[in-house]
Write a new protein. Structure first.
Length: 878
């Protein structure tokens, strides 16, 4: 410590957490603008894995009279503090905040901190990942690096200098443009970066280490030449082609579809293997989880390819929806995330099959967001309060947020919507904006009224729409009733604006006379349609135009009709899903006589046979149509639910379809095995069906399935086929299972992302001993709690494996609770992600519910919990 530094006797540098302290709640309506602005910041890093020195010089300007300068910190201490180059004593710690009293309206504040990146297991702030130094600052990680007003409405120009050992850190990267590099003495070198675009602290990034780049370039439509680079660990550069292609396609797409051009001379991506989430949109320096960059046919499956394309696009698109226009405060998170998810979904739809992409997106929404919306953690896409903002990077903010903006595109039409987004970007460029700003720009640009529509930002819960259809003379009357369920803190709900794309099919011709956009705005409302001589078949919420549940069941005959005839591919999928959902819900709740069970199965079998034989369907779409509704979505239809019954009935139906259509599955497997590997849609469709055929055949003829799967495994020239075959084998008993698992582990021993698959397949398998397998895997030499990908690979797959997780003895719940407790001190952010599976106890049958609650209480009883886990557990018990 030098003579200019001081630690006040009254307050320790970092306030200790008191176990009894009431958690602080941040409320949306308490927003107030910053007292001080920081137009400029110069950062100087002396890089080191365990003692990095950070010197930060802030140019601060007063925005409110009288207020001291309050800077956030987290786990750091002031080593040096200067104001305008001189020692300054008028400062104190207020909890974690550094509060400096300043006499004038503009000053230069210099602060030194020292941080230990290798000890940073939270992976927030500056941390080490396999000898590499990198940062993650969203949402509140910057305050773990240096003291700063760490809030998204403080925008600064960043100048960054870093120096370090040249051998240890040969590559030195930050945001913006490189301005200078040089050699220091004793084997060190340095680099300076300047980012001309003002940005909030959460978009700051620094990376230093031994990396190699794959390079390419892009010329924007106004002629700017952009150098592109994807940095990876040496050896991984052969697996970056797909990510680079995706990046270039994203850049062109955003110009064409949203009129958005890139705004720097270089765009860098770095892939790191220890990362809390998927990727991060830091200005000009995106940092990615390796799983969303690295791919080749040997090691990445078709889903991985799609995910890489989508995430690369998502982070790139943030350059406008997030960076150029950022969020005023974290309650506005959906402003950037919902909109950017919509943009990446639209991009992927344009790149491949739009109908298949829509089906996949809806499947994710139903599996992840619907349960959130009906549980103890339900919140509006723009939350009203939080304890820990990291807990609000949710399927609601992201995926429902995207659905809400998608509804605006339905209401406005694409051209008007584009006028709205043009106005939004023009009006708010360089600003920290709110969701309200976005809605108003769409209203003004698209010339539509979204007054009542704003309730989508305010009210949580999935609206349910009940449908009645009556036919008299040539008139059809559609009566729609909406109910928005109560959610925590919101017992009373107002009617929403629900745009429903609708068609009325003539039973005889199999056609409709044109689609109608029915916009439901009242609690109950009727709509009439003339010109229908006979009672039509209703196709509603086509394309999933609104994120709602259609409440009441449709007649099986109508669903069979739509499954075969609907010209909207999503509606056709939906009819298949509904047919199966209605059957399984009735089966699980013991409402099926044997005759009804047989009739229900026959209808489903007929629909499946048609889909398998229909020459007009491409294989990718065929593959979507034969996916049974997931257990989580089925559970949503039942309350309370016995997850064991859902698993059993779903598997029984699968076995019945396997046996009834056995020859069709064999023929399908033979046909698709003959299609050579390529990335085109036909070959991808064939691969999807190849493994699905085995999935259905498995319960009907396990011995034959094992033979076919073992052959598919042995002959695979790509990861989709190999992983698919191993997945099927994993659920069956026999030496082929063990042999394939051993081969897979040995073959890919040096590839962490593939070893993650090895863990996931076993944890998620249908094998009756999955619990024992997971316990053994937790002790495997390759398992570690410090790598989020590995933790998720084992335990997220396990928590989603209903039969294992919901084991009647409660062992599954205990294992997840033990994991949360063990992981929390290492990485609270990731640990909190495992609370929601236990939090669903209210919707589970009483015996299991008590066990789940017991585990939550056991966690809650711990005194030293992270704010992340504390919030999720207390709300789940609530
Ligand atoms: N903004 C990132 C995205 O594109 C999300 C993200 C990355 C994140 N890392 C994070 C959120 C860490 C919270 C904590 O969606
Ligand atoms: Zn995002």
């Amino acid at each position: 410590m030098n003579d200019m530094s001081r630690t006040p006797a009254a307050a320790p540098a970092t306030a200790p957490a008191t176990a009894t302290a009431q958690p602080e709640v941040i409320n949306r309506l308490d927003y107030s603008p910053p007292d001080w602005l920081v137009p400029q910041i110069a950062l100087d890093f002396a890089l080191s894995l365990d003692a990095a020195r950070v010197r930060s010089t802030l140019s601060v300007t007063r925005a409110a009279d009288g207020a001291p300068l309050r800077l956030n910190g987290d786990g750091i201490a002031v080593a040096t503090l200067l104001v305008d180059g001189h020692a300054h004593n008028a400062w104190e710690m207020d909890g974690k905040d550094l509060v400096i009293t300043l006499p004038g309206d503009a000053h230069e504040v210099t602060i030194e901190t020292v941080i230990n990146p290798v000890a940073n297991t939270q992976l927030s702030g500056l941390y080490a990942s396999g000898g590499l130094l990198c940062t993650q600052c969203e949402a509140e990680g910057f305050r773990r690096i240096t003291f700063f007003p760490d809030r998204p409405d403080v925008l600064s120009r960043y100048h960054v200098r870093m120096s370090g050992d040249k051998a240890q850190f040969p590559v030195l990267l930050s945001n913006g443009n490189p301005v200078a590099t040089g050699e220091g003495g004793d084997g060190t070198h340095w680099a300076e970066w300047n980012d001309p675009w003002p940005k909030p602290s959460y978009l700051f990034a620094l990376v230093a280490g031994d990396l190699v780049a794959q390079r390419d370039s892009f010329v924007t439509r106004s002629g700017r030449h952009v150098d592109l680079a994807i940095y990876v660990r040496p050896g991984d550069e052969t697996r970056t082609d797909h990510a680079m292609r995706s990046l270039i396609a994203s850049m062109a797409w955003d110009e064409r579809v949203y009129g958005r051009e890139y705004d720097l001379d270089l765009f860098n991506i770095v892939a790191v293997s220890d990362f809390n989430t998927g990727a991060m949109e830091n200005k000009g320096l995106n940092v990615f989880n390796t799983r969303y960059i690295l791919a080749d046919p040997e090691t990445a499956n078709d889903g991985d390819y799609d995910a890489i394309e989508g995430v690369v696009a998502h982070e790139y698109f943030h350059n406008w929806s997030g960076n150029r226009v950022t969020c005023r405060d974290w309650f506005q998170l959906s402003l950037k995330e919902g909109f950017t998810v919509l943009r990446d979904q639209q991009f992927s739809a344009d790149r491949g099959s739009a109908p298949v992409k829509r089906i996949e997106d809806v499947r994710v929404l139903r599996a992840a967001q619907f349960p959130e919306d009906s549980g103890p953690l339900a919140h509006p896409i723009r939350p009203d309060s939080y304890q820990e903002i990291s807990n609000f990077y949710t399927a609601t903010v992201y995926n429902k947020g995207a659905e809400v903006i998608r509804m605006m595109t339905v209401l406005a039409g694409p051209e008007r919507f584009r006028r709205g987004t043009d106005l939004y970007f023009e009006r708010h460029d360089g600003e920290a904006a709110t969701c309200e700003d976005f809605v108003r720009a769409i209203e003004d640009g698209a010339q539509i009224d979204l007054t009542q529509f704003r309730r989508w930002y305010e009210q949580a819960g999935t609206p349910r729409v009940d449908v009645a259809i009556a036919h008299h003379g040539d008139t059809v009357t559609l009566t729609l009733k909406q109910t928005v369920p109560p959610t925590p803190g919101q017992s009373e709900k107002q009617p929403m604006v629900i745009p429903l794309r609708t068609a009325l099919f003539d039973r005889a011709t199999g056609r409709h006379q044109g689609e109608h956009l029915v916009v439901l705005t009242q609690a109950e409302q009727s709509f009439t349609f003339t010109g229908h001589a006979t009672a039509p078949v209703l196709s509603i919420n086509r394309g999933f135009s609104a994120p709602v549940a259609i409440g009441n069941p449709a007649p099986d005959a109508d669903l069979v009709f739509l499954a075969a005839n609907d010209d909207d591919p999503f509606a056709r999928y939906e009819a298949m899903q509904q047919l199966v959902v209605q059957h399984l819900v009735a089966a699980v709740t013991d409402r099926l006589s044997e005759a009804q069970r047989a009739a229900g199965r026959a209808a489903i079998g007929e629909a499946f046979a048609k889909v398998l034989a229909d020459p007009a369907l491409d294989d990718l779409m065929r593959g979507e149509l034969i996916i049974l509704p997931g257990e989580a979505y089925l559970a949503e239809q039942l309350s309370p639910v016995d997850p064991g019954r859902v698993r059993a009935e779903r598997e029984a139906l699968k076995a019945w379809l396997g046996a009834t259509l056995a020859d069709a599955w064999r023929t399908l497997h033979d046909r698709t095995c003959a299609v050579p590997y390529s990335l085109d849609a036909a070959a991808r469709g064939a691969r999807k069906l190849k493994t699905q055929a085995l999935v259905y055949l498995a319960p009907a003829d396990p011995a034959e399935t094992i033979r076919r799967a073992a052959a598919q495994y042995a002959g695979a020239d790509n990861m989709t086929d190999r992983q698919g075959a191993l997945m099927v084998l994993c659920g069956l008993e026999g030496p082929e299972r063990e042999a394939a698992l051993a081969d897979f582990h040995q073959r890919f021993a040096d590839n962490a992302l593939v070893i993650d698959k090895w863990f996931s397949l076993q944890a998620g398998s249908l094998h009756p001993n999955a619990i024992a397998h997971v316990k053994a895997l937790a002790r495997h030499a390759d398992f570690t709690l410090t790598n989020p990908n590995r933790v998720r690979a084992l335990y997220m797959a396990f928590a989603a494996n209903t039969a294992a997780f919901h084991d009647t003895g409660g062992e599954g719940y205990r294992m997840i609770a033990d994991l949360i407790l063990a992981l929390d001190p290492i990485n609270g952010n990731v640990a909190a992600r495992f609370v929601p599976p236990l939090g669903r106890w209210r919707k589970i049958e009483p015996a299991r519910a008590a066990l789940m609650r017991g585990e939550l209480e056991r966690i809650a009883a711990q005194t030293a919990l992270s704010r992340d886990v504390r919030e999720q557990v207390s709300k789940s018990l609530g």
